[in-house]
Design a protein around this ligand. Sequence first.
Ligand code: VGL
Ligand code: ZN
Length: 201
Amino acid sequence: MDALIVIDVQNDFCPGGALAVEGGDQIVPGINGLLNDAPIRVFTQDWHPAGHSSFASTHAGKAPFDMVEMPYGPQVLWPDHCIQGTEGAAFHADLRTDPADLIIRKGFRAGIDSYSAFFENDHETPTGLEGYLRTRGATHLTFVGLATDYCVAWSARDAKRLGFDVTVRVDLCRAIDLDGSLDTALADMKAAGITVSDGQR
Ligand code: VGL
Ligand code: ZN
């Protein structure tokens, strides 16, 4: 591994949060342990303005987990979550964030969501992470965090498409699993040539 990329381990994705992922907090000790071995450590933070277009509350007559068509394609509508500066957007209190070399924020443009750490959901607007990793000489990226089937999978697939070697440690991820989205994400990652590892051997 050259770089460990810790995706969105924030309060709103942990039990008690606005978009809680079952067991989201259980991965924190394991991620803390991996930080020691990683030469490059990047954390991401989902970081939305209030009234973000991915929030169901922004769309009259819509409920969380409904779908809408956005100019850049289909979009799931979520409960309000990870609003900039709120406690929900903060990292889980037990996550060791001091070792982070870089914290990259995404989803800060009101009109477009950004699951991936590399590109917003139009698959075109870059976050800048690719340039950071290339200039630091990273070739092999390991992904952990939340959620397996959204921000982790989209980040891993973009990384692979960009030519990085990619491992996803699924034992250190947890999923939202909307309508089979976890199985679909795992199959898509494997088909793309991503190493999906449970951390054994
Ligand atoms: C995420 C849904 C909305 C994630 C972020 O981190 O997987 N999912 N925003
Ligand atoms: Zn979000």
